[in-house]
Design a binder for this molecule. Structure first.
Ligand SMILES: [Fe+2]
Ligand SMILES: [Fe+2]
Length: 361
C-alpha cells in the first residue's frame, strides 16, 4: 500500500519535537517509515514515565487522530533504542498510545501480533477486537491476534493511555519481511458479539460441543494454535500472583511470576513470538543471569533498580526498560514491586537457539 509521506502532512510543534528528541521517543508515523533496519548494538535503556507522559500529552495537543493520514491513524510515542533506532529492540516493539474522549483510532488489521496493556484506562474506553468490545480497565491485558480487525473507541470523558506491544521489528527488521496491512471500510468495525463472548470460547469454561476455532481467521496458517482475542483482567492476575507468593518458592531470577497463557492451549507463550509474565519481586535482589533473549519491562507498581552489566536502570511506576541479549542482569526492588516482563524467548526456543546461564564469578 502506498502511503503519503506523513511528515509532509504532520507538523509537531517545536516544543513537542524537542521533548521527543530529548528522551529517545519518536512518533509511530515516523518509525513506521523506518522499519527494515536492525539496531546494530542494542543497549540497556530506560524511559521514565514522567518524560513519556510529557511527550504523549504534547502529541495529543498537536495532533487529533482524525488528522492522521490513512495507514498512520495511531497516536503513539515509541521508545527507540539509541536515537537512530525504530523500536526498543530488534524483536519486540512497545509504544504508548493515547485516545482522547470521543476519538476513535479507526479499524484496521495487519499481519503482526499485538496486545494492549492498559496504563490509564476506563470502563468506557474500549478496544474492539474481532467483533467484541473489550473494556480497558487499569492493568488489563487484551490480545489483538494477527489479522484480526481492531479499533480503539473512547466513549469516556478522560484521555486513555496504554502500552502497545507488537512483534513488528522481528518481522520487519530481523526477518526483513513486509507487513500486510488493510484498513477497514468503516471507522468502527461492527460490534457483532456481546461483551464476554470470547471468554465464553476460551475462558475457564469451554463450549462442550464443537469448538469454534474456525472463528479465528488468518491467511497464514501457523504450526501453533492461534491466540484468540482475549482479555486478562488484572484482579484475577494479582490474586493468583498473591497465591503464588503465599505458597510457592520464587524463581531466583524472576521472582514470583505468572505467565499469560495462550487461552487456546493453556500454556506459554501467549503468542508464538512473544511471552508475557506478571512478576512479583518482594524478596530482595534476584540472582544475576544472562541469556540470548531480549527482555522488555513495564513497571506496574513499585520502585527499584535493574543492573545490566555496568548500567543501573532505576525504575518507578509506569517506566519502561529493556535488557538486550547477553546483558548480565538482576533486579533489586525497593520493598515490593510488580513488573510486566515481555520476551522474545519463544522465537529462540522454537529453533533450539535459547541459551541462559549465571555468571561464573
Ligand atoms: Fe494495529
Ligand atoms: Fe532475565
Amino acid at each position: 500500500m502506498a502511503h503519503e509521506k506523513p511528515e509532509e502532512l504532520l507538523r509537531l510543534s517545536d516544543d513537542t519535537q524537542g521533548i521527543l528528541d530529548e528522551h529517545d521517543l519518536r512518533p509511530l508515523w515516523e518509525v513506521q517509515e523506518d522499519f527494515g533496519t536492525v539496531i546494530d548494538d542494542p543497549e540497556p535503556g530506560i524511559w521514565k514515565w514522567a518524560d513519556i507522559e510529557r511527550a504523549i500529552d504534547a502529541i495529543e495537543a498537536d495532533v487529533p487522530i482524525a488528522e492522521l493520514p490513512p495507514g498512520f491513524q495511531r497516536r503513539v510515542a515509541v521508545p527507540v533504542n539509541t536515537s537512530l533506532g525504530n523500536a526498543i529492540s530488534n524483536t519486540i516493539y512497545v509504544g504508548v498510545q493515547t485516545v482522547s474522549p470521543g476519538e476513535t483510532a479507526p479499524a484496521h488489521r495487519h499481519s503482526a501480533n499485538a496486545l494492549r496493556f492498559t496504563i490509564d484506562g476506563h470502563e468506557e474506553m474500549k478496544t474492539v477486537v474481532a467483533g467484541e468490545e473489550f473494556p480497558m480497565r487499569d492493568n488489563d491485558l487484551v490480545t489483538t491476534p494477527q489479522w484480526e480487525w481492531h479499533d480503539h473507541v473512547n466513549d469516556s470523558d478522560e484521555t486513555a493511555a496504554w502500552l502497545d506491544v507488537l512483534d513488528l521489528p522481528l518481522f520487519l527488521d530481523s526477518f526483513n519481511k513486509q507487513q500486510v496491512f488493510e484498513n477497514h471500510e468503516l471507522e468502527r468495525q461492527p460490534v457483532t458479539k456481546t461483551q464476554g463472548y470470547w471468554d465464553s470460547q476460551y475462558g475457564r469454561g469451554r463450549p462442550a460441543d464443537e469448538r469454534s476455532n474456525g472463528e479465528i481467521p488468518g491467511p497464514f496458517e501457523g504450526i501453533r494454535e492461534a491466540t484468540p482475542p482475549y482479555r486478562f483482567g488484572w484482579n484475577e492476575m494479582t490474586e493468583s500472583l498473591r497465591q503464588r507468593a503465599a505458597n510457592d518458592e520464587p524463581d531466583p531470577h524472576d521472582g514470583y511470576s505468572l505467565a499469560y497463557a495462550n487461552p487456546a492451549t493453556g500454556k506459554e507463550p501467549l503468542f508464538p513470538t512473544m511471552s508475557f509474565r506478571a512478576q512479583l519481586l518482594n524478596e530482595g535482589p534476584t540472582d544475576p543471569h544472562f541469556h540470548n533473549a531480549t527482555e522488555v519491562y513495564f513497571v506496574i507498581e513499585g520502585e527499584g533498580v535493574t543492573h545490566v552489566d555496568d548500567k543501573a536502570l532505576e525504575w518507578g511506576k509506569w517506566d519502561i526498560f529493556v535488557v538486550p541479549p547477553d546483558g548480565t542482569h538482576h533486579h533489586d526492588p525497593d520493598g515490593e514491586a510488580i513488573l510486566l516482563g515481555m520476551t522474545d524467548r519463544p522465537v529462540l526456543e522454537a529453533f533450539n537457539f535459547y541459551a541462559e546461564a549465571e555468571p561464573s564469578s
